[in-house]
Design a protein around this ligand. Structure first.
Ligand code: C5P
Length: 250
């Protein structure tokens, strides 16, 4: 088979779904070369990796396969939202790819989330399933405009409950919501939190941010961190600092 684009050096390590860190680095890069240059400086013990819509749409599943073969736990962040049958099949495809975590929009409803779980299978090494409740870009006015007359806070709780009762393993949420969601849904329900900023790092477009150690203290299960690591002058150093912050703060 002809290889197009980045040429991968000999990959012979078996894939692994075991996640060894609480940090998931968002691979928000625009080229395969950038991704591989960055990842080649990391080890799977340091972090998981999040592949989102931009990278996946540009490059397809092959880089995901390579990252998994290198031993990284991959969070496939494609936020599936479709009819139940389509989401079930998409989740089955994600399972076949060997990803560690995949997500859906809770607004797709209980049937869709249950189908997502069916698509992932029932083996002990199946991918974890998380749900996005309310996009952080939506405020009350934006919800009202699409016919949802609830505050984002009310809707987050409602959809998180629905996700849990539909067999979903956890939610993607703001670190500010973690404590209350833990009270309502328990410790075991996974909370994946973006919007993490170590002290002294720009917020970029994130509105409500929290430091890594504080987010873990609040009860976050995993932290998604992008630019503070990927755009740092020394990305590996920035990730190491985050890991030290977590270790020191717990
Ligand atoms: O660079 P930064 O740390 O802000 O990246 C956060 C990552 O988490 C991005 O990939 C972004 O798309 C994702 N994300 C988010 N807020 C959400 C859901 C996902 O920032 N509510």
């Amino acid at each position: 088979m002809q290889t197009v684009g980045y040429v991968y050096p000999g990959i012979d390590i078996e894939g692994s779904v075991e996640m060894k860190s609480k940090v998931i680095v968002a691979l928000d890069f625009s080229s395969e070369q950038q991704v591989m240059d960055f990842v080649d400086r990391l080890s799977p013990d340091m972090c998981g990796l999040k592949v989102g819509k931009e990278l996946f749409t540009k490059l397809g599943p092959r880089p995901v396969e390579v990252l998994i073969k290198k031993g990284f736990s991959v969070f496939l962040d494609l936020k599936f939202h479709d009819i139940p049958n389509t989401v079930e099949r998409a989740c089955a495809a994600a399972r076949d790819l060997g990803v560690w975590m995949v997500n859906v929009h809770a607004l797709g409803g209980a049937d869709m989330m249950q189908s997502a779980r069916i698509g992932l299978g029932a083996t002990s090494d199946r991918p974890l399933l998380t749900a996005v409740t309310v996009l952080t870009s939506m405020d009350s006015a934006a919800l009202s405009a699409v016919g949802l007359d609830a505050t984002p806070e009310e809707l987050v709780k409602r959809l998180a409950r629905l996700a849990q009762s539909s067999g979903v393993d956890g939610v993607v949420c703001s670190a500010n919501e973690v404590r209350e969601l833990t009270t309502i849904l328990g410790d075991e329900f996974i909370k994946v939190t973006p919007g993490i900023r170590p002290a002294g790092v720009p917020n970029n477009d994130q509105k409500r941010v929290m430091s890594p150690s504080k987010a873990i203290e609040e009860g976050a299960s995993y932290l998604v961190i992008g630019r503070p690591i990927t755009q740092a002058r020394d990305p590996v150093g920035a990730l190491t600092q985050v890991l030290e912050d977590i270790a020191g703060g717990v």
